[in-house]
Design a protein around this ligand. Structure first.
Ligand code: HAM
Length: 416
């Protein structure tokens, strides 16, 4: 029986892999301009980090974590997201002793045991940013705009921004009481919602069932319960976005699936993605550092799903990769042996170069060069070795020219 990749995972093959390098290159470039520095944390952490950080009552912690006991008897989890690990690292390495805020970015695989569908995987990849050590609304605005700049520079146009404020531990309990009262008074919520009314009423707002959505239209809205500080904070975030000319929709039911959020939450969505429409999403999490490490330090950030972004990059994958620049075809053993050092010399000059390894006829080698989209083909046989020159063929025009071997690198550098 042949072995297949596990459900919910996918191989990223050439030429698609070139799209991935391109996305990563662009993200790094944006982060450099915004002065965010890269952080790399382990792919697995102690389960407790996510249980406490993301919240015991969330779907991620209850149903979706890849957890196992290691040989030392510890409960370990493959990270389902990147925020809790960055916070853990910040606290463990005592980065709060340095000038704040710290601005980080990261890339990497995340793992969630979800039902796979278009744009939803069990191993997926995120590009994320986290700013730790500032509660300025301007920082929320900066992270949102960083993400928008990134997707716009990749050519995306058809997206929209949804934002909300979910308040703070001072004002949210009053809202939750009201919400719970309302929810308990309705009998027609789905069984999932019924279970959540007691454990995590905010999650009910997240239900995708159309009947529940209808009932939720009459539910009390968090915005009417924000304390003065949270209301002013939310206004400042919106003013910042207005100032930058970014349009957004306020969605009072946007609550996010992780428990660590406070104040601003947002999702940037595409109409071209179907049900899994969030390209990137995040918000402020002022309580998470206290929860994990007993430090009262505010923070904010987002993460972007790279599989979803890749789906939206319309251009042909082949356009993201570089074509092969030079292909060396050889006739005879002596020429073949010589091509090894010539290839090295050409590659050392920064030119991409390759050859045939199948011992094929000159005709087949030429076909291979064509298939690989080579710009130039060098033909080397015993005559060429004797005269210390190569025949250089321009694969687009078919023109051929004799070029001295000692001049070949210069010639190619100038011509490409
Ligand atoms: P999240 O909304 O769970 O937030 O995930 C962020 C993004 O990752 C989503 O908008 C989506 O594009 C992508 N994503 C999530 N799950 C999957 C999946 N199963 N398959 C493919 N893509 C997926 C977080 O992870 C937070 N840590 C974001 C954050 C950072 N908040 C503050 N800082």
């Amino acid at each position: 029986m042949s072995i297949k990749a596990p459900r919910g995972t996918k191989d990223i093959l050439p030429p698609e892999s070139a799209k991935w390098s391109y996305m990563e290159k662009k993200a790094r470039e944006i982060c450099r301009r915004y002065n965010y520095l890269e952080i790399k944390t382990p792919i697995f952490e102690h389960t407790e980090l996510f249980a406490r950080g993301i919240g015991e009552g969330t779907d991620i912690v209850q149903k979706e974590m890849y957890s196992f006991t290691d040989r030392g008897g510890r409960s370990i989890t493959l990270r389902p997201e990147g925020t809790a690990p960055v916070v853990r690292s910040f606290l463990e390495q005592k980065l709060y002793g340095q000038a704040l805020p710290k601005k980080f970015f990261y890339f990497g695989p995340m793992f969630r045991y979800e039902r796979p569908q278009a744009g939803r995987y069990r191993q997926f990849h995120q590009f994320g940013v986290e700013v730790i050590g500032s509660d300025e609304p301007a920082v929320d605005v900066e992270t949102i705009i960083l993400g928008i700049d990134f997707i716009e520079e990749l050519g995306l146009k058809d997206f929209f921004v949804e934002i909300n404020s979910i308040g703070c531990p001072k004002c949210r309990p009053r809202y939750l009481d009201k919400l719970k009262n309302y929810l308990e008074g309705q009998e027609d919520f789905c069984s999932n919602c019924q279970n959540r009314i007691d454990t995590n009423p905010l999650r009910v707002l997240d239900c995708k069932n159309p009947d529940c959505q209808e009932l939720l239209k009459q539910a009390p809205k968090i915005n009417d319960f924000l304390c003065a500080e949270c209301a002013s904070n939310f206004s400042q975030v919106k003013e910042g976005l207005d100032y930058l000319g970014l349009s957004y929709r306020e969605d009072p039911t946007l609550v996010r699936g992780l428990d660590y959020y406070t104040n601003t939450v947002f999702e940037v969505k595409s109409n071209d993605l179907g049900a899994q429409d969030a390209i990137f999403s995040g918000g402020r999490y002022n309580g998470l550092l206290k929860e994990i490490g007993d430090r009262d330090i505010p923070a904010t950030g987002f993460a972007l799903g790279l599989e979803r972004l890749e789906l939206l990059l319309k251009e042909e994958a082949a356009n993201f990769g570089s074509d092969l620049e030079v292909y060396i075809t050889t006739i005879g053993e002596e020429a073949e042996a010589f091509s090894i050092s010539l290839l090295r010399q050409i590659r050392a000059a920064g030119i991409s170069a390759d050859r045939d390894y199948g011992g094929r006829s000159i005709g087949s080698q030429m076909k291979d060069a064509d298939r690989k989209n080579a710009n130039y083909c060098l033909i080397i046989g015993s005559d060429e070795l004797k005269s210390q020159a190569a025949t250089v063929r321009n694969m687009q025009t078919g023109d051929e020219e004799e070029v001295a071997l000692k001049e070949i690198t210069n010639y190619l550098t100038k011509s490409l």
